[in-house]
Design a protein around this ligand. Sequence first.
Ligand code: KG4
Ligand code: ZN
Length: 365
Amino acid sequence: MTDPTVILGIESSCDETSCALVADGRRVLANVVASQIDMHARFGGVVPEIASRAHVEAVNSVIERALAQAGVAPRSLAAVAVTNEPGLIGSLLVGLMAAKTLAWTWGLPLIGVNHVYAHAVAAALDGEPVEYPAVALICSGGHTALYRCEGPTRMTLLGTTIDDAAGEAFDKAAKILGLSYPGGPAIQKAAEHGDGARVPFPRSLLRGASLDFSFSGLKTALLYHVNGVPGARAARPRRQAGPARLRRKTQPHAGEGVERFTGQEIADVAASFQAAVVDTLRIKLRRAAELVSAKSIILGGGVAANAALRAAVTGLAEKLRIPLRLPKFAYCLDNAAMVAAMGYYHLQEGKVDTLELEANPTVRG
Ligand code: KG4
Ligand code: ZN
């Protein structure tokens, strides 16, 4: 048996500092994550300066712990992979500098990884390989996008959000409802005992064959519902410049009317909001799966941790008779295991970078 190809991955694009060691692109030997959620919670979103400082403080110990947990000596590593795009520039730079230092010191190849694409290989971690062509729905705090995947590194964008990302919509909705940050888990919890059919929130951009998403109208409808504007429905989606994760600080104020709501009403509104997001994602995913004649469906990103979305997509895959690849809970949220895995696939194709590798904050197709 040949020795496994072990890659050390580093992730620091937003508010998680993570280091992982992954063998042959799928077997996770260690995945250490230092989350900054508590530091950003009181601001209701990620504060870039706080994030970069926290990465600097955490990165060395996260790397040391991952190496110790995996029990792998640096000389046994095949490469160092690092998220170099997209993300908060100050945060990306911390991980990139750490990765360059390790690659130079240990004489290893350096491999830059796209964070959004990496979410699409998370489903195979500690699992079976994916069958291609696949369709991938990646929904997180910064991104909501559908891809046709010919292989782990060959992604073609089919549709993306024209305004808010799905996770961003959850975060803003939670703020409007006076729930905690991050909003996704808070809305999911509040929705547990709610009636998802109670409030008929809009499902945007469903007409025609569009595979793009829009969630800002839904957020506005929620704000109007909470503040008691009668008959208010979705605002028309607006095009905005720049990646969604960089706009996360522009959050609406908590709905002033939420104090009037009983616990049951909040549960019903949360469940109705969640149902609107999940419906939209499921409908577009179905369109995309049919369009590309997908042999498998991949879900990824923080919102893939949502129980209602997982159930809806499971039902869809059964209906379409297409195998579904759901990432384990720990690999939905930002982590370095998916970065190491993507590094492995790049290495197999001979795609390695030099120490000149730059950080790129913006999203590309
Ligand atoms: O992938 P991720 O960790 O970071 C980015 O790449 O942005 O995703 C974080 C996002 C947050 O917006 C969070 O509210 C959302 O994922 N999220 C969820 C759940 N858990 C996390 N959204 C819905 N339901 C959840 N259970
Ligand atoms: Zn992410």
